[in-house]
Write a protein that binds this ligand. Sequence first.
Ligand SMILES: Cc1cc2nc3c(=O)[nH]c(=O)nc-3n(C[C@H](O)[C@H](O)[C@H](O)COP(=O)(O)O)c2cc1C
Ligand SMILES: CC(C)CC(=O)C(=O)O
Length: 372
Amino acid sequence: MGTDVSGLPEGLVNLADHEAHSATVLDANAQAYFNGGAADEITLRENVLAWQRIPLWPRVLRPLAGGHTRVKLLGRTLAHPILIAPMAYQRLAHPHGELATALAAAVLGAGLVLSTQASTPLEDVAQVVLGEADRGPLWLQLYLQPDRGFTRALVQRAEAAGYEALVLTVDAPVNGARDRERRAGFTLPPGISAVNLQGLQAPAPAALRPGQSPLFDDLLTHAPSWDDVIWLREQTRLPVLLKGITHPADAKQALACGVAGLIVSNHGGRTLDTLPATATLLPAIAQAVGDALPLLVDGGIRRGTDVLKAIALGATAVLVGRPVIHGLAIAGATGVAHVIRLLRDELEIAMALSGCRTLDEASAALWSRQSG
Ligand SMILES: Cc1cc2nc3c(=O)[nH]c(=O)nc-3n(C[C@H](O)[C@H](O)[C@H](O)COP(=O)(O)O)c2cc1C
Ligand SMILES: CC(C)CC(=O)C(=O)O
């Protein structure tokens, strides 16, 4: 395979091509971490398949001139509804890691959610993003640390650096059973670490009696609760979104806690295996929260048609995970930019061919809305 003028390998016309090509540049250790899911990877596969199974049914001869992909999110108008999901340790994919992802996101107007476990200082990422005129939103994802003082300091750093919202991940009080990672013997290579958590002291391990569980009687004694959501809101002037909501009852409880938005997510199939696909979960959550707050969704978004369907089912915007890593691995910022560009171009084509001039009209493109 040759390269084109931009330095990208030739022949990458969609996100699946990026995935396939990334397997030629990422080693087995990195592939196991980035591409793997939990256990039998049923949710991982379902996430992709569920979007594919939703039929679109277009109307023709409708006015399309002046159409656009703009959406409103937390008080801003975005050029398009595609954000980059928080993903840890991006320097494992490419030496430029999160800086390359951030540059591509900012130039392409995509929102960026930086992981707590990023391998690059959060201030350096903010500097790259905030310098771009047409950038999308810049948010920081948080895992609440057992040391709440450390968490508060991290929040203060994010505020000082110019982050515009906090995304609290609530679906991973413990890592999923990552069979693929364990089989590959996944380890982080020297020099790659969660640099924003430097100085964080792990709590002293509990003295367990025989028969006690290292999980329930030690690790999970520090697990976050609904009270911590309220605690976090009190620590910051930034809007707080929850990521990892899959149940309508949790969505309603989140609403009562005063959060600014929800991300319907099953962590890309990396936590609890056999959880339904997010495309399946989204409609009931959209119904539960109505217009009360913005709803985002991630998991298995690989095509512009997937983005259109997500919006049609009630999302304001989507987050994209692994495809960004594939682009990053292939060609750094250029690769990530290409992935976002492909997805956005596909979204415009899908809208035009569905007879949708704007994303407000997306739900009309669903087969189920017209036939049901
Ligand atoms: C390699 C990798 C690392 C991730 N790290 C985080 C993380 O640090 N915090 C988090 O909230 N979610 C994390 N996620 C989950 C993503 O934010 C997102 O929910 C998921 O990847 C979306 O699914 P997709 O990869 O099919 O697009 C990670 C996902 C991957 C693939
Ligand atoms: C370091 C991990 C906890 C980050 C994560 O959320 C993931 O790998 O899915």
